[in-house]
Design a protein around this ligand. Structure first.
Ligand code: MN
Ligand code: MN
Length: 468
């Protein structure tokens, strides 16, 4: 049957007005299927890389399998050569040498591999009312009450008095015990429920329950604490003072799961920013003989403001590019100034239950594709790099020309809040940069939700950027 002829108004609207649709209506079944398959690997990554250290180990493993070699300062790499550089076990740069001279700039994808969690204090172990507990200091921005009464696993390292380093990962194996921050029963919470939500569980109440059996000896006062230390000494060879030189991080124990009857979404801990770290990692691992040199940087410390020698407010990226450049007699800052970056970080997707915090003409939505966020920041765009119209235009054309489903986004209504990414630190080096990432529900909660289609489109976005 022939279509009815469109009216002038319909034709004009089609030509002039924007018409963004749910990706499920516009993306081919074949691509949706490819996205679902891609996300099987993503779920495995989520379970294997819950902390920045584990994300680096996982990236090195995958990089070696893909033919990447450890970076050698001063080496002149040939087009197609693959290399990686690890910064202090908590950040990594992976690169594929391009055929063009480095002074044409590099194509950089930058994601962070740290996520909100509970860090143990340096003197964490105590006994109270015949329970053993760990004191914590939360890392990153969290709603503290969300971290009580969920199973927690403990990840990290302990550097012993003799300098030896012990890796810790307990709670992830099915046979492992887990740990828990306790909360009051509703029956006795009348006073607690009068607190403001920010204080429902206070920072000093984020204490992790780790044991309840005493060591049988009447001569000892803290018997449960001693019994825990005995177990830890047998397992790791540590004494209590070794906690002072440890980094132990409590993270949600849950595994990544499909969400929904239609399995269209993924629920997991740490998708801010594992969703972008994994897609940027896969994209660099799949690069073949690019024109521009391509780099993926997976960095630490974003959730605490990017300061510190493994965060992107430090000089390690700048130094690395300078090392690359100098092998060719080039100046590092010339390479940086000619470079382009996709700052790979998540955005907050519109939540059907809390859609009053987003301005829904400009907020990102799940299943509408990867989000390009021109600016972040808060209160009059403070603390953002704000990508130029020219650079947004270039990325827009790149995505459109290569069938990358994408949308724009912002972080909530004006003056309602806001946030930042690593984009500003890269822009401050004199590089063109825009935030590109995945829309997320329940961001910074122990269980965050993304859509599989958006994850796949993020991978596609980084891939076409590298191939360009
Ligand atoms: Mn993030
Ligand atoms: Mn975050």
């Amino acid at each position: 049957m022939a279509d009815k002829k469109k009216t002038d108004g319909e034709q004009l609207a089609e030509k002039l007005l924007s018409d963004h649709k749910h990706g499920g209506l516009t993306v081919s079944d074949k691509e949706i299927k490819a996205g679902n398959k891609f996300c099987e690997g993503y779920k495995k990554y989520l379970d294997a890389a819950k902390t920045e250290r584990e994300a680096v180990i996982e990236a090195v493993k995958r990089a070696k399998e893909a033919g990447f070699e450890e970076f050698e300062r001063g080496k002149k790499y040939k087009a197609g050569d693959k290399f990686y550089f690890v910064n202090r076990g908590k950040a990594i740069i992976l690169g594929v040498m391009g055929s063009l001279s480095l002074d044409k700039g590099v194509r950089l994808a930058a994601a962070h591999i740290d996520s909100p969690r509970l860090d143990l204090k340096q003197n964490p172990l105590y006994e109270e009312l015949e329970f053993a507990l760990f004191k914590t200091h939360y890392y990153g921005g969290i709603k503290k009450y969300q971290w009580a009464t969920i199973p927690l696993a403990l990840h990290g390292v302990i550097v012993k008095g003799n300098g030896e380093c012990e890796n810790v990962n307990i709670g992830e194996d099915e046979k492992d015990p887990v740990f828990c921050v306790t909360d009051l029963l509703p029956h006795l919470a009348q006073q607690q429920m009068k607190r403001t939500p920010a204080e429902l569980i206070k920072g000093e109440e984020l204490n992790i329950l780790i044991g309840s059996m005493p060591f049988k000896d009447d001569k000892v006062s803290k018997k449960v604490k001693l019994n825990i230390m005995k177990i830890l000494n047998e397992k790791y060879g540590i004494v209590e003072d070794d906690f002072m030189s440890a980094e132990l991080e409590a993270v949600p124990q849950f595994k990544a799961k499909d969400v929904g009857f239609d399995r269209s979404m993924i629920g997991a801990y740490g998708q801010d920013d594992s969703s972008c770290a994994y897609t940027a990692l896969e994209a660099i691992l799949d690069v073949k003989k690019p024109a521009h040199t391509c780099l993926t940087i997976l960095t630490d410390k974003e959730e605490t403001g990017s300061d510190g020698n493994t965060g992107l407010n430090s000089s390690y990226l700048k130094y690395f590019i300078d090392d690359l450049a100098r092998a060719y007699g080039l100046c590092g800052h010339n390479v940086i100034s000619a470079s382009e970056c996709l700052s790979a970080d998540v955005n907050s997707g519109v939540d059907p239950t809390f859609s009053d915090v987003t301005e829904n003409m400009n907020a990102s939505k799940l299943n509408y594709g990867v989000v390009a966020t021109k600016f972040t920041g808060a209160r009059g765009k403070s603390g953002t790099s704000d990508a130029s119209a020219e650079f947004v235009g270039r990325i827009r054309k790149l995505f459109d020309d290569n069938d990358v489903l994408w949308q724009t986004g912002e972080l909530g209504k004006v003056d309602l809040g806001g946030g930042g990414t690593v984009a500003q630190f890269i822009a401050n080096l004199d590089m063109d940069v825009i935030d590109v990432g995945v829309p997320v529900l329940c961001m910074h909660a122990p269980f965050e939700i993304t859509a599989k289609l958006d994850i796949y489109m993020a991978y596609k976005a980084f891939s076409v950027f590298f191939a360009d």
